[in-house]
Design a protein around this ligand. Structure first.
Ligand code: UDP
Length: 241
């Protein structure tokens, strides 16, 4: 059942395009080969990236769905596309950190690569023009970006996703350093985990070598970007070639 009628494009983001389908409550998400970093200032196209992120994200979503996480993801259609419930996205990015790196080190001057005593959750306001500034829960409540109940559900799901992803990746020799989630609400009012979970939105370090297997290879010009994404897919799909 891979023949999904693609209708109008309703949104084009940095890494994905969204199309309407015959069902007004369902959208088709198409993954692009584009890389962007530093709020869109650094860009590149890499062939095969959209496919790998679609495969990785779909595999992770299937695993999370099987473990009771409420998701917008419905199913993978083909190499580049997924079907998902149409949601209106909360204008909030939720970051969970197990190990310090990236913006928290720059912002707070804390030691790089330190394991935190417990997972740290941060909120950012989704606004490209402002460079997605960090916010507190009170900002979200006062400016009406999310309600108190929403935030507590969002935090609970984020912690659950962290435990489940650690359970998935640890035996695969992969350390889950940090990740970003987005949430939305469907037409029935259900709060769902949305967007994608991939090496674009997570940091993965190889457990034995500490090698970066994620978008930091692109951000920091480390080379071997697509090889790292391919390696994550290999580990997740159990391929040994
Ligand atoms: N992240 C993301 N989208 C963003 C910002 C961050 O997916 O717009 C992810 C990033 O890949 C990492 C985590 O969130 O896994 C924490 O990122 P950080 O705040 O350290 O930001 P960065 O160093 O990327 O600026």
């Amino acid at each position: 059942m891979n023949e999904v009628t693609k209708h109008e494009m309703i949104y084009e983001g940095k890494a994905k395009r969204l199309y309407t389908t015959d069902d007004p409550n369902v959208v088709l998400i198409e993954y692009k080969d584009s890389f962007t970093a530093f709020n869109g200032e650094k860009r590149a196209e890499m062939s095969g990236k959209g496919r790998l992120n679609n495969l990785i994200s779909s595999k992770i979503f299937e695993y999370l769905a099987g473990n009771g996480i409420p998701l917008h993801f419905i199913r993978r259609v083909d190499d580049l596309r997924q079907l998902a419930s149409k949601v209106s996205i909360f204008p909030i990015e939720v970051v969970l950190r197990n190990i310090t790196t990236g913006s928290i080190v720059k912002r707070l001057g804390v030691t790089e690569g330190a394991r935190l005593p417990r997972p740290l959750i941060e909120f950012y306001y989704k606004d490209d023009a402002l460079g997605d500034p960090i916010i507190t829960e009170d900002h979200a409540l006062i400016f009406g970006w999310a309600a108190e109940d929403d935030l507590s559900i969002i935090k609970k799901i984020t912690l659950d996703v962290n435990s489940l992803l650690e359970k998935l990746f640890t035996p695969l020799g992969t350390v889950l350093v940090d990740f970003k989630l987005e949430f939305g609400r469907d037409s029935g009012g259900r709060l769902l985990l949305a967007d994608e979970i991939s090496p674009d939105t997570c940091r993965f370090w190889d457990s034995s070598t500490g090698d970066r297997l994620d978008k930091d290879r692109f951000r920091r010009d480390l080379g071997g970007v697509m090889d790292a994404y391919e390696e994550i897919w290999k580990r997740l799909s159990g391929r040994s070639d």
